[in-house]
Design a protein around this ligand. Sequence first.
Ligand code: ZN
Length: 225
Amino acid sequence: MFKVLLDLFFPELCAGCDTALRDGEAYICTPCRHALPLTQYHLNNSPQVEKIFYGRVPIAQATALLRFEKKGITQKLIHQLKYKNQEGIGVFLGDWLGGELKQLPNYQNIDLVLPVPLHKTKLKQRGYNQVTAFAKQLAEALNAKYTDDVLIKVSHTNSQVTKNRLARWTAKDSVFSIQNNSKIHGKHILLVDDIITTGATMEACANLLLPCKPSKLSLAAMAIA
Ligand SMILES: [Zn+2]
């Protein structure tokens, strides 16, 4: 009864288009769900994400669920996830990608899922790392462990949007740190982030992980720009 009244006055809205969700819909409405720009890279064995890292760091498998376009639905979803307290969008996207990856042989021997970390100041402001729920759902689908105590973000940089590319590059080697290295040794690691743009963030994390001798390093993101 209470929920019915609550829904009447404060209906849950679609994170893609702001219309009220109907019964049985969660996070986004059915038309938005059908309009999601799925990459399907992993389903088609398309190395579009791996290509970004060629000659930079050795990556076993890499994929992203959605294409990111300015003003597109992916941008809207990730904005809601990061700035509007809609952590459930990470669950939704993680369930979707996890459901696809668990069918694929290349993703079946993943041992450990690691989120790209947030600095603790940012974590306090936002209340959650926007990658955590997504990464946890992937870990569950892939029957792997999830841990956020290996990679640590040590320097607090302003939003990358305001920084030019050169500043990002010079900052990239110093913003992350690694601990509990023994958890990595011999394991197939899946490193997870929200959006891959230049690949600099994933590369910086990979450069810390690879000396710990994982058996393989793979990547997954919600979206690719
Ligand atoms: Zn919608």
